[in-house]
Design a binder for this molecule. Sequence first.
Ligand code: KIV
Length: 277
Amino acid sequence: MNAKLEKNADSKPEKKIRAFDLINLKKNQKKITALTAYDHLTAYLLDQSGIDLILIGDSLANVFLGLDHTFQIGMSEMLYHTRAVSSAVKQALIVADMPFLSYQISISEALVNAANLMKAGANAVKVEGASDLTIEIIRKCQEIGIPVIGHLGYTPQSAETIGLGRIQGRTEEKAEQIINQAMSLEQAGIFGLVLEMIPADLAKQITKTLKIPTIGIGAGIECDGQVLVTPDLLGLTENNFKFTKKYANLAQDIKSAVKNYISDIREHKFPTAENSF
Ligand code: KIV
């Protein structure tokens, strides 16, 4: 399928979702739907399906590039994939992850990197954690017109210090720390907060405390919205994480399509006269 051609043929009215719309969705108690995309075609299909938010997650390190950690990629990969996604999307809010070390060194470097993601087509950026520097960067981004989403709980860029895939906020002390961080991020000006792999009760408490929406992944049903890694939802990856749900089994579908193609060629069934000039 040629997404560009199909897009031109489709003349549906479009309404672009902006950062402030997410806050209104929370006010109106309407759940926010979010998924990741790393390429043009997937982004196009998600957008056409009516998803609210498309995240160019740095999970592309794992699911797109086959690397072990999200901290193994940088700005060049994020810019490349942000361009591919943003050229396909008409309605969804496009959020690009700020990769490891793009916002941990200095405010000026972080602002240039965030601005470059916006120039590549993002409508907002996402940062992990709530260090003093991150809080300051969020404030500055606000000042210059860059909307920011926060990310607390399990923050994959810190996997080596917090433990790979480990649920966060299980003790009272840690839970309180995450609540305080969430409030500091809100005060600094984030318009949404991803909560990853924390107990459902803690996510509920944070969701009730904040005016901005929470978007959960492995954080229970009470968040204002949910996000998943699209290849997990489509059954393209072989992950069996407790918090994901497979809505399709594309790995099987692809293997069987390719096997059929191979046998058609070997059995002289493709191409037929219909496919020939
Ligand atoms: O990188 C990513 O895909 C993410 C989501 C899991 C929230 O940060």
